[in-house]
Design a protein around this ligand. Sequence first.
Ligand SMILES: Nc1ncnc2c1ncn2[C@@H]1O[C@H](COP(=O)(O)OP(=O)(O)OP(=O)(O)O)[C@@H](O)[C@H]1O
Ligand SMILES: O=P(O)(O)OC[C@H]1O[C@H](OP(=O)(O)OP(=O)(O)O)[C@H](O)[C@@H]1O
Length: 213
Amino acid sequence: MSERLRIAITKGRLLDQSVELFERVGLDCGPIRDPGRRLIHSLPNYPLDAVLAKAPDVITYVEHGVCDLGIVGKDTILEKGGSFYEVLDLGFGRCRFALAVKSGSDFYGTYKTRRVASKYPEVTRAFFEKKGMDVDIIKIEGSVELAPLLDLTDAIVDIVETGATLKANGLEPIETVADVSARLIINTASMKLYKGQINDLIAKCETGLEKEL
Ligand SMILES: Nc1ncnc2c1ncn2[C@@H]1O[C@H](COP(=O)(O)OP(=O)(O)OP(=O)(O)O)[C@@H](O)[C@H]1O
Ligand SMILES: O=P(O)(O)OC[C@H]1O[C@H](OP(=O)(O)OP(=O)(O)O)[C@H](O)[C@@H]1O
């Protein structure tokens, strides 16, 4: 019997490339190419329902087993953690976490406790803990580049893709914190219960990735 699997896909930047990957291996993604306001869509030619969710919620739904699989950025995985299998680097959504400062400023050249703003406080904490450095971390919800411009903090840890946002705001990256790309994650119980079907979908993703090369 073929169960319908459920996959949570991160809305926004990762959705288009997820659709591209699935379509490359013959999955009809018509319903999620142009999803409108509807959040759950059945794929017409493969036993898969796609749930469109915010990045951290993708992990929540997969961890709780209400979705069998998920597509989410490594940034969110590093920040939120959780218990699931991370089975594939999907290669798209490539960017990096970087430590950035106002151009020319000397972040490491002082003994006072530095302040760092980030939408990713856990990633930031782990980065400085590894260095044995005590920093004050301030959580910001978006447009993190504002924090040093307003002199709230000495630096930011944020996602950098092209570097255009940093440059436009007179900031510069001084260190890479971690590389980021989209990952396929699987609920641990689903992996056992629906092994055959999940492996079929993983194999399709692998084929899709090879086709792109
Ligand atoms: N330039 C980039 N900026 C932000 N995320 C990026 C970038 N490039 C790739 N990504 C990946 O895309 C994922 C989704 O990003 P997106 O900007 O769509 O949502 P978000 O900024 O996390 O949430 P929000 O809906 O609040 O904007 C990120 O978690 C990350 O893995
Ligand atoms: O290096 P770049 O190519 O310029 O991309 C990086 C920018 O994109 C992201 O912001 P996003 O557009 O998601 O908005 P946000 O800051 O409100 O999250 C990220 O937080 C940076 O600000």
